[in-house]
Ligand binder design. Structure first.
Ligand code: CP
Ligand code: NVA
Length: 305
């Protein structure tokens, strides 16, 4: 049984296979064809945090593939009524795959061994692998050969950044991250990333201009992720010099794209001018969540080997 808790769960070849399924299904979808690869299959979405993109793109993907979805809110009593082991074993009797959005990555890691269905991480505090796959799929549509190019990450070394660091490392994309010193990856994060993507080139700096200089893609995310709202004021001060505005974009390569996983805190990590400007691909990224997840579902559930 395969799971997707972090991008460490996939090899480069497997990521490329998922992309090729996603590409095929996207082009069919765009020409009006919805290939029912997963008829009768059932996906549960178990979400402890709000979501627009992840929830709706997974539900739409499963509907297009001919399967169905159960959205499980707090009324299942997840984490409260019974042990994670009992919950995982029982849920696996009913569904083929569960997408989890839980606060603590440890909860997902603890539940997964008890699941005899596939588990997909739909965001934890540690990792957001489905987002990173859709992002790399998006860059690949715009920059066909990823190897040797640079992605600049401006801001917090968070769940999305961690996933992109491993994904970029596996696919040969250099990643340069500009963050305030105290918001860079920890030594533990760096050891994990280097272990999972040993061939990757990951450079940390405090200087956003240095980070964007050779970049084909400039990526940012909120300064305080879900669960970090109590640190809002401290973080706003620390990250103020890291806002992605037109001046910073002008320091990047000509034609560089702007990326954000959304939701954005406009006026904080990014200006309206940049996120709504011609270099922004944020809507393409959001749309690709659905296409990339079709690739993940079809591959994980064995409809396409
Ligand atoms: N990017 C993303 O995961 O968005 P949601 O929180 O809306 O799912
Ligand atoms: N880093 C953000 C991503 C939201 C999709 C968060 O965890 O809130």
């Amino acid at each position: 049984m395969r799971h997707l808790l972090t991008l460490a769960d996939l090899s480069k070849v497997e990521i490329e296979r998922i992309f090729s399924i996603a590409e095929d299904l996207k082009s069919k979808y765009e020409s009006g064809l919805r290939e029912p690869l997963l008829p009768g299959r059932v996906m549960a979405l178990l979400f402890e945090k709000p979501s627009l993109r992840t929830r709706v793109s997974f539900e739409a993907a499963m509907a297009h593939l001919g399967g169905s979805t159960l959205f499980l809110g707090s009324d299942t009593g997840f984490g409260k009524r019974e042990s994670l082991a009992d919950f995982g074993r029982v849920l696996s009797e009913y569904v083929d795959v569960v997408v989890l959005r839980v606060g603590r990555h440890a909860t997902a890691a603890e539940l997964t061994p008890f699941c005899s269905c596939s588990v997909i991480n739909g965001l934890t505090d540690f990792s957001h692998p489905c987002q990173a796959l859709a992002d790399l799929f998006t860059i690949r549509e715009l920059v066909p050969k990823l190897e040797g190019h640079t992605l600049a990450w401006i801001g917090d070394a968070n769940n999305v950044a961690r996933s992109l660091a491993v994904g970029c490392g596996k696919l040969g994309l250099r990643m340069v991250m500009a963050s305030p010193k105290s918001y860079q990856f920890s030594e533990r994060d760096l050891a994990w990333i280097r272990r999972e993507a040993p061939q990757g080139e990951l450079i940390l700096t405090e200087d956003p201009v240095e980070a964007v200089r050779d970049a084909v893609a400039i990526y940012t995310d909120v300064w305080y992720s879900m669960g970090f709202e109590s640190e809002k004021e401290t973080r706003r001060k620390a990250f103020a010099p890291y806002q992605v505005g037109a001046e910073l974009m002008a320091q990047a390569q000509k034609g560089a794209i702007f990326m954000h996983c959304l939701p954005a805190h406009r006026g904080e990590e990014v200006t309206d001018e940049v996120i709504d400007g011609p270099q922004s691909v944020v809507l393409q990224q959001a749309a690709n969540r659905m296409h990339a997840q079709k690739g993940i579902l079809a591959w994980l559930l064995g409809a396409k080997g």
